[in-house]
Design a protein around this ligand. Structure first.
Ligand SMILES: Cc1cc2nc3c(=O)[nH]c(=O)nc-3n(C[C@H](O)[C@H](O)[C@H](O)COP(=O)(O)OP(=O)(O)OC[C@H]3O[C@@H](n4cnc5c(N)ncnc54)[C@H](O)[C@@H]3O)c2cc1C
Length: 462
């Protein structure tokens, strides 16, 4: 059998079912990554993600070479590149891992048709999440609409039949006569620089997983909420591009739970289940990428104020915890989860701007930008989503800052203008403006905006 694996969001050798299936019994194998301009240069692409991807492809190519294989790089439309490979190398079977977003699904439909027309059979595999949406259903066979019962059902599934990770499979030799192509250089492609990006690749992902499970996970249930400390795994970019499998993360975390049943590892598994939940929501309801999950909220009235939006994007709202989060995002491509919740709430409930504007801005900057999790997070914060933040509970950015960044370490790291402000005022610098030169006064009055947000939600509900 002459086989091909099309690698997309699963850039790893270990626990990669599509790769293992393609390798199984093959006399020759082609491993290909296709650089798709619609993703690389589209309106939602992010320099951080593109740089991390290119770094990861270079490392994957080296990992494959060490195992006697090689990575083929192609560009253009996947359906055309795949059909050409199938014909040139007389490939009989093509494998890839399933993806759930509407763009991915129509791309994959086109790719399947092209491969079959060129003479190859296509097999797809489950690699991106542990359980796909059709595997976790209510007793009535419907998809879950709320996280907590979904999580309980997820745990029952795992307990019954844990889909344990496989070790790396043996790889057959590369099919001869195919031009390998090259992984392009990010600078040559004109991708803007991004400071402090983590090292990509499978080895770095595994080092990070083990470092976290040997350290911060023990106190994760407390530390995960404090943006000033390194209390979370920071594995999201690796999970996003499949440099480590979710199965491997969860299986290892369950081992820690068995050895030390304190709350940390258990809580961490529950966070990974949020990722599965949002993936299932997008799979079942692709319309959420454009509209509110709770359809009544499509009638919400949003302001259209470009100056306020620009102040939010640039971290100039005058609320330190909001500005620190946005500056962290723009400078590094990453933002702490607590800050994501607060900045998203601030955009929608304090600035009264449409959640879709913020969702898009996040996607254009995030290293881990993932359509399903990003949409889920935004709709949660805007109170339009599944398990939404109740519309009447609106985060107070000052109190949240004082509670989750009590010593001001996080806001001082990202806002140098606050360096001289004493800790008692670091989340309310307008009380000592002379000590925070250059830092803006609050863009809006939180108490006033809160009332207006409540009024708008009330109008839709009644
Ligand atoms: C408005 C908003 C937008 C978000 N956009 C994204 C996004 O584009 N991509 C993304 O991966 N996460 C997103 N999240 C979820 C969360 O903020 C990140 O997954 C987390 O901060 C990543 O850091 P970590 O790897 O250290 O997480 P950890 O706390 O170590 O959690 C482990 C893993 O669990 C998953 N996870 C944790 N929390 C969530 C969550 N609330 N929803 C979904 N998955 C979760 C991630 O894969 C994460 O890597 C968003 C949250 C909000 C509120």
């Amino acid at each position: 059998m002459r086989t091909l694996v099309w690698l997309r969001g699963e850039l790893r050798l270990r626990d990669n079912r599509a790769l293992a299936a393609a390798a199984h019994g093959a006399e020759g194998l082609a491993c290909v990554y296709i650089l798709d301009d619609r993703l690389l240069r589209g309106t939602r692409s992010s320099p951080a993600r593109t740089r991390f991807l290119l770094d990861g492809l270079g490392r994957l190519a080296r990992d494959l070479e060490q195992r006697g294989q090689r990575l083929l790089i192609r560009d253009g439309r996947p359906e055309e590149a795949l059909a050409r490979l199938v014909q040139d190398a007389r490939i009989e079977r093509v494998h890839w891992s399933r993806d759930v977003g509407p763009f991915a699904r129509s791309r994959d439909d086109a790719a399947r048709i092209a491969c079959e027309k060129a003479g190859a059979q296509v097999d797809t595999h489950s690699d991106h999440v542990i359980f796909e949406s059709h595997e976790i259903r209510t007793r009535q066979g419907r998809p879950y609409a709320v996280y907590t019962p979904y999580r309980n059902a997820w745990h029952e599934h795992w307990a019954l039949d844990p889909p344990l990770p496989e070790r790396a499979s043996r790889l057959p030799p590369p099919l001869p006569g195919l031009d390998p192509g090259v992984v392009p250089d990010a600078d040559a492609l004109g991708v803007p620089p991004v400071a402090g990006l983590p090292t990509a690749g499978e080895a770095a992902a595994r080092r990070r997983l083990h470092g976290f499970l040997d350290g911060a996970v023990a106190d994760y249930h407390v530390g995960r909420d404090l943006p000033g400390i390194d209390g979370t795994s920071r594995l999201s970019p690796y999970l996003r591009l499949g440099m480590v499998s979710a199965r491997e993360c969860v299986a290892e975390a369950f081992e820690r739970v068995a050895a030390d049943p304190r709350a940390g590892a258990r809580k961490w598994i529950d966070e990974l289940i949020w990722r599965e939940f949002y993936s299932a929501i997008l799979a079942e309801h692709p319309r959420v990428l454009r509209r509110a999950y709770k359809q009544d909220y499509d009638a919400l009235v949003w302001d259209d104020d470009d100056e306020r939006f620009a102040a939010w994007c640039e971290g100039r709202t005058g609320y330190p915890i909001i500005d620190a989060g946005m500056r962290q995002l723009v400078a590094t491509g990453w933002m702490h989860n607590r800050a994501r919740m607060l900045t998203a709430s601030f955009l929608t409930k304090d600035l009264l701007l449409d959640w879709r504007r913020g969702e898009r801005f996040f996607q254009q900057h995030l290293l881990d930008g993932d359509p399903a999790s990003n949409n889920g997070g935004w709709q949660w914060a805007a109170s339009t989503g599944t398990d939404a933040q109740p519309w009447f509970r609106i985060f107070n950015p000052t109190r949240q800052g004082e509670r989750f960044d009590p010593d001001g370490a996080y806001v001082r790291r990202w806002i140098p203008e606050l360096e001289a402000v004493p800790v008692e005022a670091v989340h309310r610098p307008w009380e000592l403006p002379a000590l925070a030169p250059g830092y803006p006064a609050p863009l809006v009055d939180h108490a006033v905006q809160r009332q207006e947000a409540l009024r708008r939600f009330d109008a839709v509900r009644s």
